[in-house]
Design a protein around this ligand. Structure first.
Ligand code: A3P
Length: 272
């Protein structure tokens, strides 16, 4: 009856902001935005559109969980809230803080060839500098010092996945971290999304028709309920150039760290 439905309308309208049940923790430039948008295709998933930076920025963390929750989208009971902040992965204080919030949270880590990631990282910083009319050194100047890899270069350190993952594995069991292949997500997103659905215990709702290759963009774009969406121009930018020689050095440098990472996650990737 009308009166009944009116009196129970609050339970129909039970949308609330809830803490995330899953977090995309990184890696920076790994395809974190693409993964978030693609997960959002699922009817049982709602995502925080902006990066939250709760656990890695002191000023935010001090505001407490009420502030964090207020950054989340409204969801129905049973829907999964997901946020992505790539800065979490390499920040030492974050794993224990996430555990303190919810030791059962599911973590998604999207990785990509670390050399490619480094160049993408450099390209983003260069772009930001140029937009602010600030100069920036060429990549090779930052990357090489007297012909040797400069280990102090931030973007290089961010590509040492094993170092960062080791800190997460001191806190979380391996099963709670799902590794997404970012290179595979670029080539063919659907299989990676199906695996992510399974990890998140979601019924399989994302399907191959949700993706089409956009030849102008050069990447897959998303289709949902008649809407067509590509990621913005900051995703899939042409990379700054790097000489074959420097790239070779970089690949050599990453060989051991990559091996350590493969052992940690129990699978390997065909990186350079
Ligand atoms: P490039 O800009 O170097 O190509 P993040 O969102 O973590 O910053 O990652 C950005 C990267 O996502 C891009 O790096 C791009 O390669 C990758 N990516 C994966 N799938 C994409 C898609 N469908 N559209 C655009 N970029 C995508």
């Amino acid at each position: 009856s009308p009166s009944l439905s009116t009196s129970s309308s609050s339970s129909y309208n039970a949308t609330q902001q809830r803490l995330p049940g899953a977090i995309i923790i990184g890696v920076r430039k790994g395809g974190t935005r693409a993964l978030l948008e693609m997960l959002n295709l699922h009817p049982d998933v709602e995502v925080a559109k902006a990066e939250v930076h709760f656990f890695n920025v002191e000023e935010h963390y001090r505001r407490g969980l009420a502030w964090y929750r207020a950054q989340m989208p409204f969801t129905l009971p049973g829907q999964l809230t997901v946020e992505k902040t790539p800065g979490y992965f390499a920040a030492p204080q974050v794993p224990a803080r996430v555990w303190d919030m919810n030791p059962a949270i599911r973590l998604l880590l999207i990785v990509r060839d670390p050399a490619e990631r480094l160049v993408s990282d450099y390209t983003q910083v260069l772009h930001n500098r140029l937009t602010q009319h600030k100069p920036y050194q060429p990549l090779e100047e930052l990357l090489l010092h007297k012909g040797h890899i400069n280990q102090g270069y931030k973007a290089l350190q961010r590509s040492l996945y094993h170092l960062h993952l080791a800190r997460w594995l001191e806190v979380f069991p391996r099963e709670q971290i799902h590794v997404v292949d970012g290179d595979a997500l670029i080539r063919d997103p659907f299989p990676e999304l199906r695996k992510a659905e399974r990890f998140l215990d979601l019924p399989p709702r994302i399907n191959p028709n949700n993706f089409y290759f956009n030849t102008t963009k050069g990447f897959y774009c998303l289709l949902s309920a008649g809407h067509d969406k590509c990621l913005d121009e900051s995703k899939g930018r042409p990379h700054a150039p790097l000489s074959t020689q420097a790239l070779k050095k970089l690949c050599q440098y990453f060989r051991k760290p990559n091996k350590r990472f493969f052992e940690m996650v129990g699978r390997s990737f065909s990186w350079c």
